[in-house]
Design a protein around this ligand. Structure first.
Ligand SMILES: Nc1ncnc2c1ncn2[C@@H]1O[C@H](COP(=O)(O)OP(=O)(O)OP(=O)(O)O)[C@@H](O)[C@H]1O
Ligand SMILES: Cc1ncsc1CCO
Ligand SMILES: [Mg+2]
Length: 258
């Protein structure tokens, strides 16, 4: 949906969050105009999924004992026709790959948002990483396209270059904002923003608008402040202040290309 529609409809975004960054993720959804809720109690899932417009699963601090519950959550969302976004934190670490494989075998994941190393794992391409960070270089457009073809999901690959692909159309946002990589959780928040924008229907357009939103807010914040502590606050302010017209101008003015 468009930014103005988010502010109007206030989509409810159910985040199965990691325990590192939930406050930041909730605030990003809130300042853009959505309505965040975090939960991880199985008995609450049916009610919460029914009330939600999107379900965002972050596997960053998953315990094995939570895997079956998370599969159930994704299945409930599938049955209710709610978008499911997966943020597969550090999925390339072998012990982290197994539960993601299990989740994807038993439920439909509509959108996967990860950094280049995480998405490369789905594509079957080598890409160096260190823990939660992508450290290598590669053809990120090709990686996103391959991952989309292999998973059937819309792929949102983030980094210096953001790439969005559904296996047919591949879009790129190519703007370097190093400060965006200094705050742990910007990626987690981006995944929740993608859920927010896709709350009334899943599309590559909605996914692209979410990624453009984070990038443009980062560009604007980095013009005003130069260090990470101020940047994270300024980023929230820029997300809060961003207008539909500014976002359209960024998207149509060459910010996005094929
Ligand atoms: N060098 C960079 N230049 C521009 N934007 C960047 C850069 N690095 C990251 N970003 C932006 O930062 C946001 C988060 O992407 P990133 O790839 O860092 O996610 P992540 O690795 O999952 O982060 P985290 O684990 O901290 O949540 C995206 O909006 C992305 O476009
Ligand atoms: C640091 C960290 N460890 C697991 S999840 C997370 C937050 C970034 O996704
Ligand atoms: Mg991440």
């Amino acid at each position: 949906m468009k930014l103005s529609e988010i502010k109007d409809k206030k989509p409810l975004v159910f985040n199965y969050a990691n325990y590192v960054t939930p406050q930041f993720v909730a605030n990003v959804v809130n300042v853009i105009g959505g309505s965040p809720i975090m939960a991880r109690e199985l008995e609450e899932f049916p009610d919460l999924v029914a009330a939600s417009d999107a379900v965002v699963i972050n596997s960053g601090t998953w315990r094995r004992s939570e895997l079956l519950e998370t599969i159930k959550l994704a299945q409930l969302a599938n049955q209710a026709g709610k978008v499911v976004v997966l943020d597969p934190v550090a999925v390339g670490i072998p012990s982290r790959s197994l539960p993601v494989v299990a989740l994807m075998a038993d439920a439909q994941i509509d959108i996967i948002r990860g950094n280049a190393a995480e998405i490369a794992w789905f594509a079957g391409v080598d890409f160096s990483s260190q823990g939660i960070d992508a450290t290598g270089n590669g053809d990120v457009r090709k990686i996103a396209l391959l991952a989309a073809e292999k998973t059937g999901a819309i792929i949102a690959l983030s980094g210096k270059q953001d790439v969005i692909s559904d296996g047919h159309t591949t879009l790129t946002i190519d703007v370097d904002v190093p400060l965006l990589a200094t705050n742990v959780g910007t990626g987690d928040a981006l995944s929740a923003l993608i859920g927010t924008y896709n709350g009334d229907g899943i599309s590559i357009e909605n996914t692209m608008r979410a990624m453009a939103t984070m990038k443009l807010a980062g560009v604007k914040a980095s013009k005003k402040v130069k260090t990470p502590g101020y940047f994270v606050n300024q980023l929230l302010d820029e997300l809060y202040l961003l207008s539909e017209n500014e976002l359209d101008a960024f998207i149509n003015g060459g910010g996005i290309h094929d």
